[in-house]
Design a protein around this ligand. Structure first.
Ligand SMILES: C[S@@+](CC[C@H](N)C(=O)[O-])C[C@H]1O[C@@H](n2cnc3c(N)ncnc32)[C@H](O)[C@@H]1O
Length: 267
């Protein structure tokens, strides 16, 4: 919904030009974006939308570079309603959407109801990171572990246990040289200034009410340790992302605060 709102309410040029973001919501969910238009113009809502479009844009910028350098597989871990696969400009790139079985089925129903074609280079693999082996499910889906792969893990890490996070990261770390990963993560409440702690509490209680509580946080130093087996680690906060993607805009779209970060790393 936030990516769809970006297409509708934010000034051009868009940070994430996503012609599928509106159609995938269809008659069931698009009206909510229209109904909540006033709310979507409030500063915190704008900042949340900015962080969501920035993380997808950053992932797709890195993917384009990775493809130019020889990556032939893109794995979306916790794909949600990500639409890259349905507007993939790289015909040689195989895309694997990994998601919790319930979410993946919901997305497939939305794609079908809203007449969005499934490209032949896309494969779905249902996986619950807490209870299933990603490697087994990827293999069953025809994934080739011997070729360089780019993994996007967006909006997922805060919802995982540390064990599920580490086992998935360990699998990524075994990928072919030239592979890479991008993920966003949140800093622990205790690392935030007081006003941001309140914003953190408000978002945390909303996701908890939605049945998916936040449970995993890192400081940048802790994240760097988790990524010890990778090189060329780039860990960006809102000021760097604002400079990269939101500078000179005529609207107020920009990220706020220091809680959310995005990191990429390579093998
Ligand atoms: C906030 S959504 C992010 C979706 C998408 N990556 C994006 O950027 O919009 C979180 C995603 O994580 C997935 N997820 C959360 N816990 C999971 C688990 N244990 N196993 C598999 N997927 C999980 C959810 O199904 C959902 O698709």
């Amino acid at each position: 919904m936030r990516r769809a709102a970006h297409q509708i309410y934010d000034a051009k040029p868009l940070v994430l030009d996503d012609p599928i973001a509106i159609p995938i919501l269809g008659r069931e969910y698009l009206p909510e974006v229209e109904r909540t238009a006033t709310k979507l113009h409030k500063p915190h809502s704008i900042a949340l939308r900015a962080s969501l479009v920035a993380r997808s844009r950053y992932a797709e910028d890195l993917l384009a570079r990775a493809v130019a350098a020889g990556v032939t597989q893109y794995v979306l871990l916790g794909a949600g309603l990500d639409t890259f696969a349905y507007r993939n400009p790289f015909s040689q790139l195989r895309v694997f959407e990994i998601d919790h079985p319930a979410t993946q089925q919901w997305k497939r129903d939305l794609l079908s109801i809203n007449n969005i074609a499934i490209p032949s280079n896309l494969t779905y693999a249902p996986v619950d990171f807490e209870h299933q082996q990603l490697a087994t499910q990827l293999k069953a889906a025809g994934f080739d572990a011997s070729v360089p792969t780019f993994y996007a893990w967006l909006g997922v890490v805060p919802y995982l246990t540390q064990a599920a996070f580490r086992s998935t990261l360990a699998l990524i770390a075994q990928s072919a040289p030239g592979s890479g990963v991008v993920m966003d993560y949140g800093q622990p409440r205790s690392a935030l200034p007081p006003l941001e702690q309140l914003a953190h509490d408000s978002l945390a209680s909303r996701v908890q009410l939605a049945g998916e509580p936040f449970q995993l946080f890192f400081t940048p130093i802790q994240m760097a340790k988790e990524l010890a087996e990778f090189w060329n680690v780039e860990d960006l906060g809102s000021s760097e992302l604002n400079e990269r993607y939101f500078a000179g805009r005529i609207d107020k779209l920009r990220m706020l605060g220091s809680a959310g970060r995005i990191v990429s790393a390579w093998l």
